[in-house]
Design a protein around this ligand. Structure first.
Ligand SMILES: NC(=O)c1ccc[n+]([C@@H]2O[C@H](COP(=O)([O-])OP(=O)(O)OC[C@H]3O[C@@H](n4cnc5c(N)ncnc54)[C@H](OP(=O)(O)O)[C@@H]3O)[C@@H](O)[C@H]2O)c1
Length: 299
């Protein structure tokens, strides 16, 4: 049977994708963490799957993790990885093991965006498009069978990270106005389901493809507040205030602000396509659906 390796399995999207693969064929799943504590959590969460330790800064450990694997899903975190190292190691390891039929890489960047178009400060922030614009050309040039799941949108788990702490006690969306723009939103559950369907499918159907996941609607912070107002049945307002974001991000606040100052413009021209609905075979989750389902996070 085909073994699928998830690099980033303790993370949000990697974990949700692993859950879906585990549900389909638990013994065909190999999950990886770079930390023993992460590996221990993975053993508890996916007891019938194989858990491995893998640090993608160390090519040999990626080679060992890929041994006997035919499909790989890679989700790198924002703000941390040097993609020129990590993606090069992943590419080299995949070539060395020689058994990879499909490497699926999570991206978040406007389709067609290149490093030449990106401000160096955007790239240095190692976040979103600034991160993926380094990784994609390395994968494109690798000759490996790569498929991209690209979400040039905000993933709805940002609501828990960025706004829940102010919505709960004060019924406010508190975010700096300089980061406001009409954004597309996709849910982490939908992104993971798309990734799982691709990984479970015929690799030849997906190699060379870029699946761009967008939403038909865009919402700015005032629009977001209106959705919260409707779902919670109480008035939620937007406030130009960066204190909650500062508290959430700590020392990474400036790095995030650098990223957002570029993202607000670079994602504006992204066109919506029905790719998500077509791949899922059902309507995609809306922000309204998501806030309703996760109401307890905000109540
Ligand atoms: N937030 C958004 O709105 C949005 C939108 C579009 C795209 N994206 C993209 O989504 C990605 C983030 O997704 P996420 O939140 O699911 O990620 P995440 O939760 O931050 O997970 C990142 C994973 O990386 C692993 N990792 C970290 N260092 C490692 C190392 N040295 N070797 C091997 N594994 C390592 C972590 O595992 P261990 O620590 O256990 O090793 C973790 O499982 C980013 O690429 C971002 O640009 C985000």
């Amino acid at each position: 049977m085909a073994t699928t390796l998830i690099l980033g399995a303790t993370g949000n999207l990697g974990g949700l994708t692993a859950e879906r693969l585990y549900g389909a064929a638990p013994k065909d799943l190999r999950v990886a963490s770079s930390r023993e504590r992460g590996a221990s959590r993975l053993r508890d969460r996916f007891p019938q799957a194989e858990t491995v330790l893998c640090d993608w800064n160390d090519e040999d450990s990626v080679v060992a993790a890929m041994h006997g694997v035919s499909r790989v899903f890679v989700v790198t975190p924002d703000m941390v990885t040097d993609e020129s190292v990590v993606t090069s190691n992943v590419v080299n390891a995949a070539k060395k093991v020689g058994s990879i039929e499909l490497l699926v890489r999570l991206l978040g960047m406007p389709p067609g965006y290149t490093i030449e178009q990106a401000d160096p400060a955007y790239v240095a922030a190692r976040c979103g498009a600034g991160l993926h614009v380094v990784a994609k050309p390395l994968l494109d040039a690798s000759g490996l069978p790569v498929a991209y799941v690209n979400a040039p949108a905000w993933i709805m788990f940002n609501l828990a990270s960025f706004v829940a702490t102010e919505v709960r006690p004060r019924r406010r969306i508190a975010m700096p106005a300089s980061t406001d723009c009409p954004r597309m939103w996709v849910s982490e559950g939908d992104v993971a389901e798309v990734a799982a369907r691709i990984l479970l499918g015929d690799p030849t159907d997906h190699a060379g493809k870029e699946y761009v996941l967008t939403s038909p609607d865009r919402h700015d912070y005032a629009g977001l507040a209106a959705i919260f107002t409707e779902v919670l049945g109480e008035t939620v307002t937007y406030a130009d205030d960066d204190s909650a974001l500062q508290a959430a991000m700590g020392p990474a606040f400036d790095q995030l602000m650098t990223y957002l100052s570029h993202e607000t413009g670079s994602y504006a021209g992204v066109q919506h396509l029905d790719t998500m609905t077509e791949l899922l075979g059902r309507p995609q989750e809306t922000l309204h659906d998501y806030v309703t389902t996760h109401k307890e996070l905000f109540s």
